[in-house]
Design a protein around this ligand. Structure first.
Ligand code: DX5
Ligand code: ZN
Length: 223
């Protein structure tokens, strides 16, 4: 499967966001990753729906919206997402997550199912008809700048194998949290397809987005 880069906008210079988005486009970034937090499902509050919609207005890069909120079904209609965008919700965020995934699909948006470090990937088994992407959190969600959790490689590998075993080879696995060049390379070997790039690789001092993205892609190619 092709490898995709998703830029985590919570790590961008918010006072200079339009320029950053333009520069990310030039750098060939595949998705813009937008973290929506509610201060309850995770202990932080970041980007919101107005920003998602404003970015949609100024950019044609597909959006990769990561909802870290309790009962995300309450907010699905707040965002003007299209068929190329991904709306990702957490397995742990609603006991009826199947219904939420179905709502996303019914709106013609791609759906993602995210799982926290302690949640086993087996939870996806009976939901594969409703998901277009599996998001394996490689840190506990909520903050940028954290360290990869110890089980990240094993879990990425297990998620990929289970999806293949269930006949879902076309469902890509995304990894999010501390995706440095080195961790990206390791997780790519474990079967990760989409890489959320934040402070560990893309939003770094002394490198343009184009240089950082190219360094990351080259590392994946080297394997
Ligand atoms: C949380 C976020 C963070 C962050 C990733 O969902 O997506 O994981 O932006 O960037 P790092 O971990 O590299 O700072
Ligand atoms: Zn995220």
């Amino acid at each position: 499967m092709k490898k995709y880069l998703s830029a985590s906008l919570m790590c961008a210079d918010l006072m200079n966001l339009k320029n950053s988005v333009d520069e990310l486009k030039k750098a060939g970034i595949d998705y813009l990753h937008l973290d929506i937090m509610d201060g309850s499902f995770v202990p932080n509050i970041t980007l919101g729906f107005d920003l998602v919609n404003a970015i949609k207005e100024i950019s044609n890069i597909p959006l990769d919206v990561h909802m870290m909120v309790n009962k995300p079904s309450r907010f699905i209609n707040e965002m003007n997402l299209g068929e190329n965008d991904i709306l990702c919700v957490h397995y742990e965020s609603d006991i009826h997550i199947h219904r939420t995934l179905e709502q996303i699909k019914n709106k013609g948006i791609k759906s993602g199912l995210a799982i926290n470090p302690q949640t086993p990937p087996e939870c996806m088994q009976y939901l594969t008809d409703y998901i277009d992407m599996a998001l394996v959190m490689t840190v506990s969600p909520g903050f940028a700048g954290q360290k990869l959790f110890a089980g990240a490689e094993r879990k990425t590998k297990d998620t990929r194998s289970l999806l293949d075993e269930w006949g879902c080879s076309c469902i890509p696995v995304e990894v999010d949290g501390n995706i440095s060049v080195e961790n990206g390379r390791k997780l790519s070997r474990c079967g990760a397809d989409i890489f959320v790039l934040g402070t560990s690789s893309l939003f770094v001092k002394n490198k343009t987005f184009a240089q950082a993205a190219s360094d990351f892609r080259n590392a994946l190619k080297e394997g």
